[in-house]
Design a protein around this ligand. Structure first.
Ligand code: SF4
Length: 342
């Protein structure tokens, strides 16, 4: 690892001043992704801005029943927070499907949003990668691309976003709160992560001088009928080949609203309003869910090695929505082990 300087601001103003003063600086909190990238020489910051002294560690339920999650809340603390488990069980389930207990004890809310792709060519500095070095080319497009995107990719990059948490946040229409030199900005979750297009080096719409301060979730209509299903090569400590956050609001046996977000298939969590709308007014069931899945995957374009992800996604969506309709997650308390214990 290359030498670097560590600065530790005590206030948000100081942290933003450091970002403005040092264009090549990187923000660090849990360090569970950035340190790996530095060891692999993918990232070479001369200065790290350690933000762990900032007061961003609380989980607050507001008067209207929303939750505001501080950017430095650890993934484990969030997953096992009683209010979150009760009101937003999808969040707990997605967090506990990710990484390992040790990593969840270190990784933060903002860090989870800002983690980078696990495309193996991105980590291999001998391989061409437009995300790491713009203009270099993309080794994955004609290389080994089993784990790569089937939706929303470009001829510059076919990487996927690795987070489980973000798939749940996308389904629940979270808001990302950020602070910069011009004050606070609130970003709809769908607008926070980018598709690669012609500039795959940019993962998000966060400005260079902004810091994520919180994530907010409105009271959820999906606390009972939701599910997070993650499919991967091994049972534990692996990124998703495909994951599904499925949410249904059911009244008198009829779906009145639905959310479906896919992970492991695109550069950002993938949603399609047309698929969700197709379920409204229908009774929950395999046929309706399969039709919605077909709409969601209608624009999927496989690479050489990942056509299997289309069928896998189709089946995973149906399975997750059947479990959501049955309220499986709601019935089985997380602490009793119904969710993956990695
Ligand atoms: Fe780099 Fe994206 Fe290509 Fe992977 S898919 S090698 S991250 S440009």
């Amino acid at each position: 690892m290359r030498p670097f300087e560590l600065v530790r601001p005590d206030t948000m103003v100081q942290a933003i001043e450091y970002l403005q003063a040092y264009p090549a600086a990187k923000v660090i909190a849990g360090g569970t992704n950035l340190l790996d990238l530095m060891k692999e020489d993918v990232e070479q910051p001369h200065i790290l801005i350690d933000v762990t002294r900032l007061p961003l560690t609380s989980i607050v339920i507001t008067d209207d029943g929303s939750v505001r999650i501080g950017a430095l809340v650890k993934n484990a603390d969030l997953a096992y927070n009683p209010d979150v488990m009760k009101g937003w069980p999808l969040i707990s389930a997605a967090l506990l499907a990710g990484a390992s207990p040790q990593l969840r004890n270190m990784a933060t809310t903002a860090g989870n949003l800002l983690q980078r792709t696990r495309c193996y060519y991105f980590y291999d500095t001998a391989a061409a990668c437009n995300k790491r070095s713009p203009g270099q080319g993309c080794a994955a497009i004609k290389g080994h691309n089993r784990i790569h995107a089937i939706l929303g990719s470009s001829d510059q990059c076919v990487a996927t976003h690795p987070s489980d948490f973000c798939v749940a946040l996308a389904a629940l229409d979270a808001i990302v709160v950020v602070q910069g030199p011009l004050g606070e900005r609130r970003i709809a979750f769908a607008d926070f992560h980018r598709l690669p297009g012609d500039s795959p080096e940019r993962d998000t719409t966060l400005d260079r001088h902004e810091i994520v301060t919180a994530v907010e979730l409105a009271p959820s209509a999906y606390a009972v009928h939701c599910d997070y299903l993650k499919l991967r090569d091994r049972r534990s400590y692996a990124f998703a080949l495909v994951s599904v956050a499925g949410c249904l609001e059911i009244r008198d046996g009829v779906i009145v609203s639905a959310r479906i977000a896919l992970g492991g298939v695109a550069h950002k969590p993938w949603r399609d309003n047309r698929a969700e709308q197709s379920l409204i007014g229908k009774a929950p069931g395999k046929d309706a869910f399969a039709a919605a899945a077909s709409i969601l995957l209608s624009e999927a374009k496989p690479l050489r090695d990942n056509a299997f992800k289309i069928e896998l996604s189709q089946r995973a969506i149906v399975h997750a929505l059947m479990r959501a309709a049955a309220g499986s997650l709601h019935k089985l308390p997380l602490e009793l082990g119904n969710r993956p214990l990695q």
